[in-house]
Design a protein around this ligand. Structure first.
Ligand SMILES: [Zn+2]
Length: 491
């Protein structure tokens, strides 16, 4: 036998041995299944799994934070959730959640979210960010290495979440560019799940700087989550901002994810969705997301509000100050701009928001953020809104497709870089027991621009790593089963 043949023969022997070991294990599991007791059983719900297409009444057995059995026959559990007439779905994965503290995690859980990720703005110090949350979070959390956050750190910008000084307004020096790339690379080595960018917020970053960031991302197979540059005003819209990142992805090979296309797509939403489909058909790895509201929210000190003093009164009146509920005037605009804070802004037409949200291309992601009780209702209501209004009331989406946009698609977006996401977004034996159980006949959002903290209704049980964080429609306090969702750490 040649050396090659020996190796082949050895391989096939090993394969047979492995196979018989595996079937032996299966048989043992089968025989003892009836007698087994699970940590928790979700009994008699309508189990919906967008990956396999399973849509049937099943019992789900959970052990050690994982789904251990999915069975048509009854299972015994130390605890049982009676889920008759409820839908049992994978927990929702929110790729766009800025608020990453207890206040925000509670709102997310009440809306069915089990993993909330800060991918657009991202963070500058990945280790510190994960360390601050480990063991203290109600739901799973994760972050990107953020170009916005890193540019702010390198250029000593005084802004909080978003830049308002040099990181927004100044071209970076060669030394600063090198430092930005080095910090992004460090973040990726420490397990950041993606790279975030917002050329709309870092207006002085050149096209070349953006391409350089994509190059770093490509090296680590990290998707770039981008708030694209440009005006949303017709007739031109923001094609140039859209094409900037499409070109950067094509040139570097980095996967691209265009965030909240329903707002930044402006008048071009439908055309841009078509361009994404065309790029996908040519083999480009490009995806996008939408949230179902026609107003946005951002920092009043962001660069996009520079040079707005001469706008007509109607422009200021279109801005809402959520801290007080007032519509702005030129005077209050200038006053609040000095003070800083969050402002609700017109986003897009209802038609464009609707088109983006029902498109099979978009994932549902909230762009959520509340702080000290103030913020945007998308934080608390995005998922229940889609399930209640788009699916049940309008029949604009079928339930399985809507769930796929909230679970499987976001998991698949990240799993090449962060393989732990292969066990999220699915109801499958071996998957993480991140599960949302809801009443499809009743689920609805309750948060409004005036009352953004109202919990969604009809989200009955939410499990994070097998631990209930919502029970009978009420938040469970004092449990912190959330874990850091992270890519492998490399030296
Ligand atoms: Zn954004």
């Amino acid at each position: 036998m040649s050396e090659l043949m020996v190796r082949r023969r050895w391989k096939s022997i090993a394969a047979v041995a492995l196979l018989s070991a595996a079937t032996g294990m299966l048989r043992r599991t089968d025989a003892s299944k009836a007698a087994e007791t699970y940590d928790l059983v979700i009994a008699g719900g309508r189990v919906m799994d967008p990956e396999s297409g399973l849509d049937a009444v099943r019992n789900v057995g959970i052990r050690s934070g994982k789904i251990a059995a999915i069975s048509a026959s009854p299972l015994a559990g130390k605890q049982t959730i009676e889920a008759q007439s409820l839908v049992v779905a994978p927990g929702f994965i929110d790729l766009h959640q800025h608020g990453q503290d207890a206040e925000n995690y509670a709102l997310k859980a009440a809306d069915g979210v089990t993993t909330a990720l800060e991918l657009e703005v991202g963070v500058a110090d990945v280790d510190r960010w994960y360390g601050e949350r480990e063991g203290k979070a109600r739901i799973n959390f994760g972050a990107s290495a953020g170009h916005i956050a890193v540019r702010m750190a390198v250029m000593h910008d005084p802004g909080e979440l978003l830049p308002r000084g040099d990181a927004a307004h100044r071209v970076a020096t060669t030394a600063e560019l090198e430092e930005i790339s080095a910090l992004l690379e460090k973040g990726l080595k420490r397990g950041a799940v993606a790279v975030g960018l917002g050329p709309a917020y870092t207006e002085a970053a050149s096209n070349q700087e953006i391409v350089d960031v994509f190059r770093v991302a490509a090296k680590y197979r990290a998707s770039c989550h981008v708030h694209i540059r440009g005006s949303a005003a017709p007739p031109e819209g923001n094609f140039s901002g859209f094409e900037e990142v499409m070109a950067a992805a094509a040139i570097t090979g980095a996967p691209l994810h265009v965030v909240h296309i329903q707002s930044t797509g402006g008048p071009n939403v439908v055309q841009e969705l078509r361009m994404i489909a065309e790029a996908q058909s040519r083999g480009m790895d490009v995806t996008t997301e939408s949230y179902p509201y026609n107003k946005g929210m951002t920092s009043i000190q962001a660069a996009m509000f520079d040079h707005r003093e001469d706008e007509p009164d109607s422009y200021f009146a279109s801005l809402l100050w959520p801290a007080t509920g007032e519509h702005l005037t030129k005077d209050s605009f200038l006053r609040y701009r000095k003070q800083g804070g969050w402002v609700i802004v017109p986003g897009n037409t209802l038609e464009n928001v609707h088109a983006a949200t029902v498109s099979p291309l978009t994932m549902i992601a909230s762009d959520g953020y509340v702080t000290n009780g103030h913020g945007h209702p998308r934080t608390s209501g995005t998922y229940a809104l889609v399930l209640g209004r788009y699916v049940r009331e309008e029949n604009a989406l079928d339930l399985m497709t809507a769930l796929k946009k909230m679970t499987l698609m976001p998991a698949q977006r990240l799993e090449k870089r962060a393989p732990m996401f292969r066990d999220k977004g699915r109801i499958r034996v071996g998957a993480d027991a991140d599960i949302t159980v809801f009443d499809a006949s009743r689920v609805i959002d309750r948060a409004t621009y005036e009352k953004p903290l109202e919990h969604s209704e009809g989200i009955q049980f939410v499990l994070v790593n097998g631990v209930p964080v919502v029970k009978d429609g009420q938040l469970v306090d004092g449990v912190y089963p959330g874990r850091g969702a992270r890519a492998p750490i490399v030296q």
